[in-house]
Design a protein around this ligand. Sequence first.
Ligand SMILES: NC(=O)c1ccc[n+]([C@@H]2O[C@H](COP(=O)([O-])OP(=O)(O)OC[C@H]3O[C@@H](n4cnc5c(N)ncnc54)[C@H](O)[C@@H]3O)[C@@H](O)[C@H]2O)c1
Length: 414
Amino acid sequence: MSIVKDEALAESGRRKIRWVRDFMPALGGIEARFERERPFAGLRIAVSVHLEAKTANLGYVLQKGGAQVYLTGSNPLSTQDDVAAGLASMGVETFGIHGASAEEYEGHLVETLKCRPHLIVDDGGDLVHLLGDKCAALGEHLIGGCEETTTGILRLKAREREGILPCPMMAVNDAKAKHYYDNKYGTGQSVWDAIMHTTNLIVAGKTVVVAGYGWCGKGVAMRAKGMGADVIVTEVDPFKALDATMNGFRVMPMAEAARYGDVFVTVTGCRDVITPAHFAVMKHNALLSNAGHFDCEVDVAGLAALAVKREARRENIVGYTLPDGRVLNVIGEGRLVNLAAGNGHPAEIMDMSFAVQALALEWLVKHRAQLEKKVYQVPGEIDDEIGRVKLAAMGLAIDALTPEQEAYLSGWKA
Ligand SMILES: NC(=O)c1ccc[n+]([C@@H]2O[C@H](COP(=O)([O-])OP(=O)(O)OC[C@H]3O[C@@H](n4cnc5c(N)ncnc54)[C@H](O)[C@@H]3O)[C@@H](O)[C@H]2O)c1
């Protein structure tokens, strides 16, 4: 039995799901084939991904492929109650309530795993964490699973090194069809979409500090520059820092950047990136946000401890007044801003990421007899197929290598 906030919200959720389905053609093509071939017939799939419309569409497509799908969120603030109700009304067992406490959130993850899944789709590693520990008994039928994000994959690899991976896992984030687009262009757009509508302030003319110049950080910095911001990048990797410099961004340590920033976006996947030492020198009314997976990049608890007053300033913005009168504004509680205070990535982007998820799950089923408890890369053929389908859906064509060109590129004689 699904656990959602209010079943009466279902029509609003179904409308959101219908909207995104019109802009997810690659997943739509896979859905049509899955409906014919039913690769997941008789299998149960547990999904923990941000519970909003694009994820709902993935759940629906897997169901069309013959699976019984059990779906929960991957962050209590990104769950949309109407989408959860809409998805439940479409026959997918759905567990999630916006703003659930940490205990309730874990309860929803456990409810999802009670189906004793054959396959899992994880985003940040919460399902794997439970299956490796508290819910180990629920993993008896596991064939394998897929991980959506960079932070989750780092944890899977750490588990693999220690020999405690509960099942074979596919590194979906590392597929080209995922991180080249989702992390860069998806995060680049949706972070600014969320910050702009939540603050109703202008980006042009502001100094924006982007912490981390990885796939996501490149997108966030590029779009801020495109809107007229003066962008500073902070990094710990010398080559990423050089790359940022070559792209025209100022690079400096956070201790220095903290003095200049009007808007801060952390997207490192690391912890303690903005801490009390940085709050001490920030400008009055600076805006703080995080786009990394976990809410440990901006030390919001440390800021609260310093503050003499905490006040809701707008929906999803809390102002903390420091003893010297400066106010620092935290957007979306320091949780990933594009989902906690926005609608997540554009549908066309999640089309590619979830096409990888769907085909990687199918690959796991097909290869189940040969798999070990390891982290597997998504095969290049899956990446290439999605790239070709996406180009065709955009009405674009590319050249193909002639046999002579292929021979030239793979040989040494010419
Ligand atoms: N918000 C979203 O929608 C979204 C989408 C995809 C990924 N993510 C998450 O965003 C985070 C980053 O993902 P990515 O794919 O860009 O990873 P990445 O590994 O490509 O980039 C991370 C960058 O941060 C840098 N870094 C690490 N610690 C740092 C520190 N203390 N200070 C400054 N820089 C530091 C690294 O050197 C690296 O260049 C992860 O947590 C990932 O799970 C979020």
